[in-house]
Design a binder for this molecule. Structure first.
Ligand code: PLP
Length: 382
């Protein structure tokens, strides 16, 4: 097979930048000219533009997605020992901040086809100490929020959406209405890490809420627990989005829906190429969510994953494993409550998933090269 000249990457930020270079360079230069590096007009403008795009009352920008989760939990006055339920199959940040605040992470399994947190498992995990649920909108589509919100209401729990991977996704209610990921429950948290669907050129994050009092509290916590300058009402943190990042995000926000279209096109190409192959399970679409394909993740069935990755690497095709180890098997989160076998779906996924290159700049030639290569390996090994 002929080799393609342009290097294939999991995420191609450079080609994406080339297309918006003039605007981005001018926006950065403008921040340099005004030298309003922190809390400048770009931050306020981005905040209100994102509020408008998401249809949410308050956006509080912060330094990164992990901070967003931490500040959200601090704002809800959770106390040491309170239990917070989240998915076993996720990026570590979700559980990390729970543990860091002295709260008790309670892990639950996911459902195999969409990788979403299992609502039945959440209900079983609820105890009198449970205070919050943190669903993760993994890989770009929403968890089953209507069911999760109903459970939360029944048991008087907060819901914090981790929407770091699904900004821009739509959640569809049974009555036909829709809301943007991250605006469906008490608080939404996101990350603007460069490789996320709405990524800046450094670190960034934001917290969303429709609750005025909560928004004020979140803003205060993110700013050293300070409501009036040098008056500190609670212990806070220092977590800010800087003006250069905000200026870049304003430009990329205008393209966010087009970025999702490009990602969906690539996903559709992959889906078609791998359809009906018994060794490759393509990612399922939830009925209650659009998909913004932060990742395109296959489940392998009877394929040697390491050998596949080596085969692809020899052709300069990267393929990543998100995530290789379930949270309950990570050394930092080992807990006598959990043992191997407790979360069979997550354990199976960690052993069988592989994510293919997914970004806004994949052309058909590249997609053909990737899918032909995957199929050649999978079919050859009989
Ligand atoms: C990226 C990510 C985070 C953390 O975001 P940072 O900006 O890197 O701190 C949290 N949760 C999920 C699901 C993520 O993918």
């Amino acid at each position: 097979m002929e080799k393609i000249v342009k290097k294939i990457q999991m995420v191609d930020l450079k080609s994406q930048y080339e297309k918006i270079k003039t605007e981005v360079d001018a926006a950065i230069q403008n921040v340099l000219n005004t030298s309003a590096f922190i809390n400048g007009p770009e931050v306020k403008a981005f905040q209100s533009e994102l509020e408008q795009y998401l249809g949410v009352k308050h956006i509080i920008p912060c330094a990164n997605g992990t901070d967003a989760l931490q500040i959200a939990m601090m704002a809800l006055d959770l106390k040491p020992g309170d239990e917070v339920i989240t998915a076993d199959f996720t990026y570590v940040a979700t559980a990390e901040v729970i543990a860091l605040l002295g709260l008790k992470p309670v892990l639950v399994d996911v459902i195999p086809d969409t990788f979403d947190i299992d609502v039945t498992a959440i209900e079983k995990a609820i105890t009198p100490k449970t205070k919050a649920i943190v669903p993760v909108h993994l890989f770009g589509q929403c968890a089953n929020m209507e069911a999760i919100n109903a459970l939360a209401k029944k048991h008087n729990l907060y819901v914090i959406e981790d929407t770091a991977q699904a900004i821009g996704a739509d959640y569809f209610y049974k009555d036909g209405t829709k809301k943007k990921a991250g605006t469906i429950s008490t608080i939404g948290c996101t990350s603007f890490f460069p490789s996320k669907n709405l990524g800046c050129y450094g670190d960034g994050g934001a917290i969303f809420t429709n609750d005025d009092a909560l928004a004020a509290k979140i803003r205060m916590i993110a700013n050293h627990g300070q409501s009036v300058q040098y008056v500190h009402d609670s212990i806070g943190v220092n977590s800010r989005l800087d003006s250069i990042q905000a200026a870049i995000l304003r430009i990329k926000l205008r393209d966010l829906d087009n970025y999702a279209i490009a990602r969906n096109k690539a996903a559709a190409y992959y889906d078609k190429a791998f359809a009906n192959n018994p060794k490759l399970k393509t990612p399922a679409r939830a009925s209650y969510s659009s998909h913004v394909f932060h990742q395109y993740t296959l489940q392998l069935n009877g394929v040697d994953r390491n050998a596949l990755r080596e085969f692809l690497a020899a052709r300069e095709i990267p393929a990543m494993i998100y995530y290789p180890i379930p949270l309950h098997m990570q050394k930092a989160y080992l807990d006598p409550r959990y043992k191997a076998g407790d979360f069979p779906v997550t354990e199976k996924l960690c052993a069988s998933v592989v994510s293919l290159p997914m970004h806004t700049e994949l052309d058909e030639e590249t997609l053909k090269y990737i899918t032909d290569s995957v199929l050649e390996f999978v079919n050859k090994k009989g």
